[in-house]
Design a protein around this ligand. Structure first.
Ligand code: PHE
Ligand code: ZN
Length: 850
């Protein structure tokens, strides 16, 4: 039995639940095939609700017995829950249900991962554990008793009684069911402690399988930094006696902020220098902080309904970005965030899956954990901060925390805190939450008698279900440079509110060069005619690091587009400028490494499409290859000098300085490998004592005729380290030539280490295939067919992960008729699968409707 006719849920239909919950007591008797869950829940009528229908969500539960005030009842049970007649006064609901964690491959609800019990309840997984009003606006304190023979038994809140075969936990803070968690297994703790600024002592633990005990230290250090940072920057203290983090191998997402018991994908916790790259370390630090920050932005203050998801996610992503910027380099973090935003969110916003940051309807909420909700949601917080200023932002956040602590709230409540603090009307700003699509910002300029005028015009293309989009308020950060490269006007925020608007700067001695959208002050696409001379000028002189990087990016992009359009050779203007930048020892190596990155295939494809052309993924790949080859030749001596100058001799540390040096050295190595056939890469591979250098060398070797030997050596060395083996799968596919990518993915899916049960492994192969754009979009259609085959196989086991990966097809309308036809056929084939999940059905239907 699979899902019946899927229903669309609308924001406008929100009504509060008819009852309040004063207390939840749960008791678990763990068993792989037949876990018993007893619930005892104190309900009382909700004076604020009109509708007193007593409906409890429940899916896949075997009801053993239900009682109201001790009286056995026989409720109506459907596929989605049960309904019962209840008294018009406070009452006690009790139920005993049976569930089978061992059979749960969807990784939602209670499941087993490597013999360890764990839960995932966001968004709507608690209903797979017991009958409950499984919605975020129903908040209650939970007491939990776990009976099982595992040595470690964990749940939310503070520990209570425990003994042989049982443990009790009590969480005093009212919470929605999506924050419930339970873990039981043979785990070891990496312990530490933290004293909050008001003197409360908190016991911290990172729980892992015994063989991973040596990979917890970095996560623990990150946690303590995050706790201190939230006190210092947001005045937020932790509020329980313990904080537990558990690493699990089988997990659909990065991690989950369950109250006092965060559950993490092992890839977002475990790290050692030998097995984790610098990028892995940075990601772990960021995710640990993100989940910790949710304790206030998400848990203490939660979402009224799932349409408000960006309320917690956008804000928490914004906070974790600030944290990373403070720990590492603000410029580097901003560049990375914007690169990701453009590659994922702009792409989403330009295609059939485009939706507002606060969607108005959904079929399956799991399909809305998107780049738009998370990353664009975070940009909206950043824009608000820019518009009101840092000091008002801090006061608005304080007001938000005090006013709404313990509540389930909306975007309206969030914005009201800003309005009340600043006296500002945010009606127009709110469009950013309701209107999908990325605004284009066209710029023109005028220079007359010492007056310099910048004129802007905004336009947002239509998105599914939204044609007309009124103008939005856009904070445009602008600075001006004089002809000698000095900054003649410091950054100021131009606040654009009209469709067309001009801003004039007076009293300038000479025509300035503008630096527009500094620090990427708004998530828009800037359209401006500017020549290479100006780009090179900004690359050399801009004081805003983001725009400095952007100038280099624009140069590279113009060069690549010219190659694609006219078959031109790689532009020497780019090569000159980038050579200068690369050797500028005053610049952070991490920044220089980022400046050496080229615009990705996605960015180039979308740029061509926006200009009315049909992008050819193969041609884009070839242009990039030719560009890289020419650049490697033009920079041969410099690459070697950079490589030598950025060898780290100090003992490994995963900090910004060392990681910057390694990334620049690896970028240089990639250039050198194009000329030396892999000789230096082989040397680096053999002498590497950390994964950043080993993997950097490995990916170089994969493009040489040493690939076979390196692939075997890497596997033999790391066969017992599952997170490293994920990299081994991925690297072979992302580095494959377009014509080989699908074949390589097919072979690797037949490897004995491949499994459908672990999302990390599935993504290591098929996420890599869709990341290899030219390979995935190979004209034969073999990439499309292969991905469709495997999504069909994954769907019955894990619909969430299968559905999320359908987005590989989202750009199909951008392609030529022949590729469109091939993709359409795969969309139809998947949609015709009997019993296809609601998750996949919704995604594929939306994509097909493009
Ligand atoms: N709420 C989690 C986070 O962003 C993400 C998540 C969503 C995890 C749904 C699991 C399931 O921190
Ligand atoms: Zn989150």
């Amino acid at each position: 039995m699979r899902d019946a006719a899927p229903q669309t849920i609308h924001l406008k239909d929100y009504t509060p639940f008819g009852f309040l919950v004063d207390k939840v007591a749960l008791s678990f008797r763990l068993d792989p095939q037949a876990t018993r869950v007893l619930s005892r829940i104190a309900f009382r009528p909700n004076p604020e609700a009109a509708d007193r229908r007593f409906f409890l969500h429940g899916e896949g539960l075997k009801l053993i017995e239900a009682r109201i005030d001790g009286e056995k009842i026989n409720p109506e049970i459907s596929e989605t829950g049960l309904e019962a007649a209840v008294p018009e006064r406070p009452f006690i609901w009790e139920a005993e249900v049976e569930i089978a964690p061992a059979a749960n491959t969807a990784l939602e609800g209670l499941y087993l991962s490597n013999g360890m019990y764990c839960t995932q309840c966001e968004a709507e997984g608690f209903r797979k554990i017991t009958f409950y009003p499984d919605r975020p606006d129903v908040m209650a304190p939970f007491d939990v008793r776990i009976e099982g023979d595992q040595p470690v038994l964990l749940s939310n809140g503070n520990p209570g009684a425990s003994g042989a075969g049982f443990a009790e936990w009590s969480d005093p803070w009212p919470k929605p069911s999506y924050l419930f968690a339970l873990v039981a297994g043979d785990l070891v703790a990496h312990p530490d402690r933290f004293v909050t600024r008001s003197g409360r002592e908190v016991a911290l633990n990172v729980w892992v399988r015994p063989e991973d005990a040596d990979k917890c230290a970095f996560a623990m250090e990150s946690l303590k930094k995050a706790m201190r940072w939230d006190e210092e920057k947001y005045g937020r203290e932790y509020d329980l006696d313990v904080f537990n983090i558990v690493a699990v191998d089988d997990f659909n997402m990065g991690a989950m902020e369950n109250k006092g018991l965060n559950i993490f994908n092992a890839s977002a916790v475990l790290a050692s220098p030998e097995t984790a790259t610098d990028a892995n370390f940075e990601r772990i630090e960021g995710i640990i902080a993100h989940e910790y920050f949710h304790n206030w932005t998400g848990n203490r203050i939660t979402c009224r309904d799932w349409f408000q998801l960006c309320l917690k996610e956008g804000l928490t992503v914004f906070r974790d970005s600030q944290f990373t910027a403070d720990q590492r380099s603000a410029a580097v973090k901003r560049i990375r965030d914007v690169t990701l935003l453009r590659a994922r969110q702009f792409r989403e916003d330009a295609g059939p899956l485009a939706h507002p940051v606060r969607p108005e309807s959904f079929v399956e909420i799991n399909n809305f954990y998107t780049a738009t909700v998370y990353e664009k949601g975070a940009e909206l917080v950043g824009m608000l901060r820019r518009l009101v200023g840092d000091e008002a932002y801090a006061r608005a956040l304080d007001l938000y925390f005090t006013r709404h602590d313990g509540q389930a709230v909306t975007i309206e409540d969030w914005l009201k805190a800003f309005e009340d603090v600043t006296g500002r009307d945010l009606t127009q700003f709110k469009r950013w939450y309701s209107d999908a699509g990325t605004p284009r910002l066209r710029v023109s300029e005028d220079w007359q008698d010492g007056r310099y005028t910048l004129s802007f015009e905004q336009f947002t293309p239509p998105t599914p279900g939204q044609d007309e989009k009124p103008p939005r308020v856009i904070p445009i950060a602008v600075g001006l440079l004089g002809p000698n490269g000095d900054e003649v006007r410091r950054t100021q925020i131009l606040e654009m509110t009209e469709e067309k608007q001009s801003f004039t700067f007076e009293g300038l001695a000479a025509r300035p060069v503008p630096s527009i959208l500094r620090d990427f002050s708004a998530p828009v696409i800037l359209e401006r005619e500017s020549g290479n001379a100006e780009r090179a000028f900004l690359l050399a002189h801009d004081t805003d690091p983001f725009n400095r990087w952007q100038a280099g990016r624009d140069l590279a992009r113009a060069a690549l587009l010219a190659m694609l359009r006219t078959g031109a050779a790689p532009d020497p203007a780019y090569l000159d400028a980038i050579r200068m930048l690369a050797r500028d020892e005053a610049l952070d190596p991490a920044f220089r490494a980022l400046a050496l990155d080229l615009p990705g295939e996605e960015e180039l494809a979308q740029a061509l499409f926006d200009a009315g052309e049909i992008p050819d993924p193969q041609a884009i790949w070839e242009a990039l290859e030719r560009f890289r080859q020419t650049r490697a030749e033009a920079m041969a001596d410099l690459a070697r000098a950079l490589y030598d100058a950025h060898q780290v001799t100090a003992p490994f540390a995963p900090n910004a300085a060392q990681s910057g040096a390694r990334s620049l050295a690896n970028a240089a190595l990639a250039m050198i490998t194009r000329l030396d056939g892999g000789a230096l890469a082989r040397r680096q591979y053999d002498s590497a004592d950390n994964m950043t250098l080993q993997l950097g060398a490995f990916s170089c070797l994969l493009r040489t005729d040493r690939a076979g030997a390196a692939t075997r050596a890497f596997y033999d060395q790391w066969r017992d380290e599952r997170l490293v083996i994920d990299k081994w799968f991925t690297m072979q596919i992302v580095n494959a030539r377009p014509e080989d990518a699908a074949g390589r993915a097919r072979e690797l899916a037949a490897h004995p280490d491949f499994t459908l049960k672990t999302p990390n492994r599935f993504r290591a192969v098929f996420g890599a295939l869709s990341a290899n754009q030219a390979g995935f979009h190979h004209a034969s259609g073999k990439g499309y067919a292969l991905l469709a085959d495997w999504l069909i196989r994954l769907d019955p086991l894990n619909p969430q992960t299968a559905a999320r990966m359908c987005s590989a097809f989202e750009t199909w309308r951008r392609l030529d008729p022949s590729r469109q036809k091939l993709i359409k056929a795969q969309l139809e084939r998947m949609l015709a699968v009997p019993g296809l999940s609601r998750d996949m059905t919704e995604m594929l239907t939306r994509i097909r409707a493009a």
